[in-house]
Write a protein that binds this ligand. Structure first.
Ligand SMILES: [Zn+2]
Length: 71
Protein backbone atom coordinates (compact mmCIF):
# COMPACT_ATOMS: atom_id res chain seq x y z
CA UNK A 1 0.00 0.00 0.00
CA UNK A 2 1.46 3.35 -1.02
CA UNK A 3 1.07 6.91 0.15
CA UNK A 4 -2.57 7.93 0.38
CA UNK A 5 -1.82 11.33 -1.20
CA UNK A 6 0.80 10.74 -3.91
CA UNK A 7 0.65 6.91 -4.17
CA UNK A 8 4.46 6.66 -3.80
CA UNK A 9 5.80 3.47 -2.26
CA UNK A 10 8.72 5.38 -0.69
CA UNK A 11 7.35 5.14 2.86
CA UNK A 12 9.41 4.75 6.03
CA UNK A 13 8.43 4.16 9.64
CA UNK A 14 10.06 6.35 12.32
CA UNK A 15 9.66 6.63 16.06
CA UNK A 16 8.37 9.92 17.40
CA UNK A 17 7.33 11.80 20.49
CA UNK A 18 4.56 14.37 20.19
CA UNK A 19 3.04 16.73 22.71
CA UNK A 20 -0.49 17.47 21.52
CA UNK A 21 -1.90 20.85 22.49
CA UNK A 22 -5.48 22.06 22.34
CA UNK A 23 -5.63 25.21 20.20
CA UNK A 24 -6.69 28.65 21.33
CA UNK A 25 -5.99 30.97 24.24
CA UNK A 26 -8.92 29.44 26.10
CA UNK A 27 -6.96 26.17 26.29
CA UNK A 28 -3.76 27.52 27.77
CA UNK A 29 -4.56 25.62 30.99
CA UNK A 30 -5.82 22.44 29.28
CA UNK A 31 -3.30 19.64 29.84
CA UNK A 32 -1.26 18.57 26.85
CA UNK A 33 -1.22 14.91 25.77
CA UNK A 34 2.06 13.08 25.08
CA UNK A 35 2.06 10.31 22.49
CA UNK A 36 4.95 8.15 21.25
CA UNK A 37 3.62 6.52 18.09
CA UNK A 38 5.44 4.97 15.19
CA UNK A 39 4.97 7.46 12.33
CA UNK A 40 4.86 6.43 8.69
CA UNK A 41 6.21 9.23 6.49
CA UNK A 42 6.16 9.42 2.71
CA UNK A 43 9.62 10.52 1.64
CA UNK A 44 8.22 11.95 -1.61
CA UNK A 45 5.47 14.31 -0.40
CA UNK A 46 5.92 14.32 3.39
CA UNK A 47 2.52 12.90 4.24
CA UNK A 48 2.67 11.42 7.75
CA UNK A 49 0.33 8.95 9.41
CA UNK A 50 0.14 7.73 12.99
CA UNK A 51 -2.46 6.31 15.30
CA UNK A 52 -3.28 7.46 18.82
CA UNK A 53 -4.79 4.82 21.04
CA UNK A 54 -5.14 3.79 24.66
CA UNK A 55 -4.74 6.29 27.49
CA UNK A 56 -3.61 9.22 25.28
CA UNK A 57 -6.71 8.80 23.10
CA UNK A 58 -8.89 8.71 26.21
CA UNK A 59 -7.26 11.96 27.41
CA UNK A 60 -7.92 13.63 24.03
CA UNK A 61 -11.57 12.59 24.25
CA UNK A 62 -11.86 13.72 27.87
CA UNK A 63 -10.25 17.13 27.33
CA UNK A 64 -12.17 17.68 24.07
CA UNK A 65 -15.42 17.19 25.95
CA UNK A 66 -14.58 19.94 28.42
CA UNK A 67 -16.14 23.33 27.77
CA UNK A 68 -12.68 24.92 27.66
CA UNK A 69 -11.44 22.68 24.83
CA UNK A 70 -11.82 23.94 21.26
CA UNK A 71 -13.79 21.77 18.89
ZN1 LIG B 1 3.27 10.84 -0.62
Amino acid sequence: MGCRFCQSNDLRVFTAEMNIHFPGRENLDTPTVWVFPPVTICLQCGCADFIVHGEPLEKLRKYSALDCAAS
